[in-house]
Design a protein around this ligand. Structure first.
Ligand code: PHE
Length: 364
């Protein structure tokens, strides 16, 4: 092939490439650089030339190949960018558009209760702590003063997992109390012996598990734990925190709160927490009946010691509440299973708009 032919090949190819759409561009690539493409065939023809001619023709053909390859790539880039722009424009979402009424989501009532508790406890100086759903036997039981054969273990209808060789099986935590242990261990490591150790003040909203299923029990349910440890903490602090918290949560300023003597292995003394209500009308704070909503007590010295905290210097209180229970009471929900049926009509009715955050000054 003569230089002139090469020139006209390039002169025909470059404008065609520059004007091609995606389909035409691929056809051009195949017809020029494909297995039987013009440029490929030219390169193959080099084999039959004598060395001098081959040297010159080879350089020229390779130059043409480079020009065409570059042009194909440049055009492809332009087309790709244009295609992406078109796609972005077509798929653009107008985030300022008002939501369609039937597509608005809602915060689940249990999540809402957690948000409300956070809004109540935060101004009292509590931080939120969390722990895993799968716990060690030690955190869930032993460290909480519940030894291996204690009947409280059976009472909790525990789900056990497969035990690693020669160890006690992990458990799905039966209460949020193991987060007390985790928090105290971390705290003791960081501050335990310090002269001016800061107090622990945490609440722990979270999932818990027991092998139970009826109208008032679900195998998965929620609790909120509370823990305060410091110097000189006493029962009056516990009563005050529970009073304030329950009155704010139920929106009943004079709500009667009763601590009733009870037993938990990890508190001493231990108390059930009851609120006043009317069994007949369901009114919270009305009537003369009492309803249990949680457990509480002063942290047992053994538990403090298990976590490396000196019980002669530090005291504290803990409480635990069922979140389904208080949510049902507040909203007049009579079957706990409804929380987990995912009935959209129910969720829409009892759910709360994500645009109205829980805040104390607006009332909960
Ligand atoms: N963990 C107890 C339960 O699930 C409740 C509790 C928490 C009691 C903290 C006392 C102190 O029943």
């Amino acid at each position: 092939m003569q230089s002139d032919d090469l020139k006209s090949l390039v002169e025909a190819a470059l404008p065609a490439i520059a004007a091609a759409d995606a389909g035409a561009l691929e056809e051009l690539r195949v017809s020029l650089l494909g297995k039987n493409g013009n440029v490929t065939l030219l390169l193959k023809s080099l084999g039959g030339m004598d060395p001098d001619a081959r040297k010159q023709a080879g350089a020229e053909i390779n130059l043409v190949k480079t020009q065409i390859t570059d042009a194909l790539l440049a055009r492809k880039t332009v087309l790709d960018v244009a295609a992406l722009d078109a796609k972005l424009a077509a798929e653009r979402i107008d985030v300022t558009a008002p939501p369609r009424p039937d597509s608005t989501g809602a915060i689940h009532p249990i999540s809402r209760t957690m948000e409300e508790l956070a809004a109540i406890f935060a101004p009292m100086g509590f931080a939120i702590a969390e722990g895993p759903d799968i716990e060690t036997d030690w955190n869930n039981f032993t460290a909480l003063n519940i030894p291996a054969h204690h009947p409280a273990r059976a009472m909790m209808d525990t789900f056990y997992l497969q035990a690693p060789e020669g160890q006690r099986p992990p458990v799905l935590r039966t209460h949020t109390s193991p987060v007390q242990i985790r928090t105290m261990l971390d705290w003791a490591k960081a501050h335990g012996l310090a002269e001016n150790a800061p107090p622990i003040r945490i609440v722990v909203p979270g999932r818990t598990f027991r092998a139970d299923h009826d109208a008032t029990h679900s195998p998965m349910f929620h609790q909120c734990e509370g823990l305060v440890i410091g110097e000189g903490i006493h029962l009056g602090h516990l009563k005050g925190v529970l009073n304030d918290m329950l009155r704010a949560y139920f929106g009943v300023p004079e709500l009667p709160v009763r601590l009733r003597a009870s037993y938990f292995p990890f508190t001493e003394p231990s108390m059930e927490v009851d609120i006043g209500w009317s069994r007949k009308t369901g009114e919270i704070g009305g009537g003369t009946d009492w309803l249990e909503i949680g457990g509480s007590g002063m942290v047992h010295p053994n538990v403090l010691a298990n976590c490396g905290i000196d019980p002669r210097r530090f005291q504290g209180f803990a409480f635990g509440m069922g979140l389904e229970r208080i949510t049902m009471l507040k909203h007049g929900i009579n079957d706990l299973r409804l929380f987990y049926e995912s009935d959209v009509r129910w969720l829409r009715h009892y759910g709360v708009s994500p645009l109205s955050p829980a805040s104390l000054h607006e009332g909960l």
